[in-house]
Design a protein around this ligand. Structure first.
Ligand code: CA
Ligand code: CA
Ligand code: CA
Length: 231
């Protein structure tokens, strides 16, 4: 076998003994050589994407430059596809890795489904929420009411009720999924209780702290409004 390297790396003049189907030169299968002689092939081949030969700089070459079939316009393997050649360097055959019949889709290069036992894709819980038809159970994480079997997503948790009052929340430790009172003297900034002027009273209401302007004692955590200020 003789080989002469001409110019840049992807242009070669090649001579090699024919295998009957082409030549293999340094691991690359050169099918163009078949037609050039009964026992000796001589050919000048400019490597290109879409020529049906996977060259070293190509992740695949399926003989075209069309995308969507596993090997893209620049001869790189597309996400969630696998491309192989029977002979290294020959034409690539590509197959999709995701099983569409089993509900799998490709997300960021990974096959995901609503039945794979893993939280993936846009699921808010394991195989639930997001674009899955399954809704998540009470206490599971969520992004919208529609993610939850209960129909209520509050504070990122599937809740037993809407839980929208000032000093209740559904994600308190020990009662996740159940709308419960925020403990006394704690704040709930998401529900506009806090900011140094008010705190929760432990019974679901937001009250003003000492020194804040008031009209009635019921506004104040201490229960007293004297001289226009909470005591
Ligand atoms: Ca090629
Ligand atoms: Ca292609
Ligand atoms: Ca899943």
């Amino acid at each position: 076998m003789a080989r002469k390297h001409v110019g840049r790396d992807f242009l070669w003049i090649v001579a090699c003994a024919l295998t009957g189907y082409g030549c293999i030169v340094e691991g690359e299968y050169l099918e163009d050589l078949v037609s050039t002689g009964p026992n000796l092939g001589i050919s000048a081949i400019a490597a290109s994407c879409g020529d049906g030969l996977r060259h070293a700089e190509e992740g695949c070459d399926d003989g075209n430059t069309a995308p969507g079939d596993g090997c893209d316009t620049s001869c790189q393997v597309e996400l969630c596809w696998k491309c192989e050649e029977v002979i290294p360097g020959a034409r690539s055959a590509c197959g999709a890795q995701c099983d569409a019949a089993a509900g799998e889709s490709c997300v960021m290069g990974t096959c995901v489904s609503c039945a794979d036992g893993t939280q993936n894709g846009d699921e808010t819980g394991v195989d639930c929420g997001g674009s899955c038809s399954n809704t998540c159970a009470q206490g599971d994480t969520c992004g919208a009411d529609g993610d939850c079997a209960t129909g209520f997503c509050s504070g990122g948790v599937c809740c037993n009720e809407a839980c929208g009052a000032a000093c209740v929340r559904c994600d308190l430790q020990g009662s996740v999924g159940v709308c419960a009172y925020v403990p006394e003297n704690e704040t709930h900034e998401d529900h506009a209780c806090g900011g140094g002027t008010s705190v929760c009273d432990g019974k679901g209401a937001c009250k003003k702290v000492t020194g804040q302007a008031c009209a009635m004692g019921i506004e104040c955590l201490g229960g007293k409004c004297l001289g226009g200020l909470c005591q």
